[in-house]
Every structure is written in C-alpha cells, then in structure tokens.
Design a protein around this ligand. Structure first.
Ligand code: APR
Length: 321
C-alpha cells in the first residue's frame, strides 16, 4: 500500500500514542485542516489502521490533510510539533507512584526519540501526571523552556465554562473563565474573573452555586472516569490540545492557560504549572502574571511543592531503572 505524498507546505504534527486521546486528536487536527499528522504507537498495525480509516474519511469530511500511522520514529522526522499522549491513565488499585513509574519511562523514551528526529519541534505533553511528564520532556529534549508545555488548563477551563453555561442556560462560547495551577485536586478555577460576555459571573450566580461549579470542575476528570468505568475523557482533551496547536501553527497569539516552566513567575522556580500564556509560532511567547489573592497564591504554591516532590520521585525511579 502506498501512502499519498505529504505536501511540503503543510505543517507536520507527530502524535505519540494512538489511544483514545491521540487518535481523537489526530482526527481533530486533520479535520480542522491544521496539519499533516504522523500517528505513532508501540502497538504494531494499530496506528496504521487508524490512519487509513481517517484517510478514507478525507473525501467525506472535505479536508486536504494527510495522515500516516507508524511504529517507527524515523517516520516522524522534521515535525513542527510533537504531542505526547503515550502512557496509561490511572487504573483502580494503582498508586500515584505506580503511574509515575510506568508513564515516566514511556514519556522519557518518547521525548528522546522524537527530539532526535525533530530537533526544531515544539512539544505539547498530555500524558498524566501532567506537570511531571512535561518537566521530564523538557529535561530530556534539552529544548528551551518556551518550546515545551503541558495541556491541562485549556481542558479544565472548558469544563468550568461548560458548567457555568449549563447553570445559566447560555452559550458556552460566551463564557470566559480560566483555571490555573495543577491538573489535579489543587487546580485553581478563577471564579472572580469569570464572565459571560463581560458580565462577571459573581453578578449572575450566588457564592454557593459558584462554589458548587468550582468543585465540579476540580473533579471533572473523575466524574467522567466514574461514569465510563473503562477509562477517562478524550473528546474534550483532544479539542483542548488542538486549540493549542491551532494557536501555535496559525500564530494566533491566544492567551491560554498552559503548563509552563516557571522561573520566578508567581514566586515559583524550576517547576511546570498552569499559568496564562500567549501561544504563537515560537511556542510560549509570554507568561502573564495575573493578580491573585492570598488564598489563590497559597494554592499555587502548595501545588508547586507537590509537583516538585513528584518530579524528584520520578527522577529517582528513572535513575534506579
Ligand atoms: N510508545 C508509544 N506509545 C505507547 C507507549 C510507548 N512506549 N506505551 C504505551 N503507548 C500507547 C498505548 O499503546 C496506547 O495506545 O499509548 C496509548 C495510550 O492510549 P489509551 O490507553 O487509550 O489512553 P488515553 O485515554 O489516550 O490517555 C493517554 O493522556 O489524558 C492522558 O491520563 C491520560 O496519561 C493518559 C494519556
């Protein structure tokens, strides 16, 4: 079977991990006409089959992007962007350290292989635990900090916006809200700056209702796992990742919450954490420091401490392997 030649003009995105998040992301990228996609997985035949299936829909979906499935990193060469989704979601009975152990190894291997063939790429990490995996990717690619980032804040913000929109019965696109901090129990949904077309939600909802929506956002991932039994969310994570890719490839300069490497911002150092960033063709072009109250600042610092501990655990695990 021959593969249609990839246009030299098209940007090239490699998606590592062709599971539910990776394959849905590949679909979003080509169907939004953003880039050609190389879909890589460790399982033989699986990314090739998915790619062929997506290619056969090309005429029906009326886009003109190519997709290729592979098990070989050499075929990812010269990608503009690499997305790492390889790894496993937490299963029942698995501790955080167990997950850290299995996913650290997978992500480090993916990062090293991908950077070898695409030394100029920008990397977006999706695998959990997110901030730790993003740190390991940054460290093992040797890339400058603006070229490595984690996807979590866009997803968590979309969840918060959805819950606000459902509560008010308005169009979700009219709701603007940011979730900063870590992708976990300590995430920081910023209710004070959330608006519906400029109207603060604090004028539309009482404090108790807002707190309920914040709590549902914090547990957004777990709510889906509980309903599905067989794994976690993947449609909205893929949409959130494709939004970041779009802002980078089309140089849109969107301000999005992204897990970025901090060097003094928010009083934090040597850690990846969700903060508002301007995303353009260079990657993270600016980190914005917004005013936070003392409780919000404390939450960010507690999250950062916990992430640093997990980074150290991951490094120790990798050293002893
Ligand atoms: N190299 C390449 N791919 C790998 C490797 C590896 N070393 N190890 C595992 N994979 C692949 C698996 O074969 C699988 O196809 O990663 C894929 C993971 O897919 P799923 O199990 O469907 O998981 P998914 O729901 O896509 O989540 C992936 O994203 O949101 C996060 O928490 C989530 O960490 C998880 C990741």
């Amino acid at each position: 079977m021959s593969f249609l030649p990839i246009s030299y003009k098209s940007p090239r995105v490699t998606v590592i991990g062709a599971g539910r998040v990776g394959s849905t992301l590949a679909q979003r990228i080509i169907e939004k006409n953003l880039a050609d996609v190389i879909l890589l997985d460790i399982i033989e035949g699986m990314p090739q089959g998915l790619a062929l299936d997506l290619l056969e829909a090309r005429g029906l979906e009326l886009h003109n992007r190519n997709i290729k499935g592979t098990n070989n990193y050499a075929e990812t060469a010269n990608s503009d962007l690499v997305v790492i989704t390889a790894g496993f979601p937490r299963k029942p009975g698995m501790t955080r350290d167990d997950l850290l152990k299995v996913n650290s190894k997978i992500v480090v291997e993916a990062a090293k292989n991908a950077i070898f063939y695409s030394p100029d790429a920008i990397f977006i990490v999706v695998t959990n635990p997110l901030e730790v995996m993003t740190y390991l990717t940054w460290e093992n690619t040797g890339l400058p900090k603006h070229k490595v980032m984690g996807m979590a804040g866009v997803l968590d913000s979309a969840r918060f916006e959805t819950f606000i929109a459902l509560e008010l019965g308005v169009l979700p696109a009219d709701v603007k809200a940011m979730v900063l901090g870590s992708h976990g129990d300590l995430m920081l949904p910023l209710a004070s700056s959330a608006t519906v077309n400029g109207i603060p939600i604090t004028e539309l909802l009482d404090a108790e209702t807002i707190e309920k929506l914040v709590e549902r956002t914090r547990k957004g991932g777990a709510e889906i796992v509980e309903l599905m039994h067989t794994g976690g969310a993947f449609f909205a994570p893929a949409s959130a990742t494709s939004l970041m890719i779009e802002s980078i490839l089309l140089n849109q300069s969107r301000i999005l919450p992204v897990a970025a490497y901090l060097q003094g911002e928010y009083g934090l150092n040597d850690v990846f954490l969700g903060v508002p960033c301007r995303l353009g063709s260079a990657g993270i072009e600016k980190i914005l420091e917004v005013n936070l109250n003392d409780t919000e600042k404390a939450t960010l610092h507690t999250s950062a401490d916990s992430i640093v501990n997990h980074i150290n655990t991951a490094k120790a695990i990798l050293k002893n392997q």
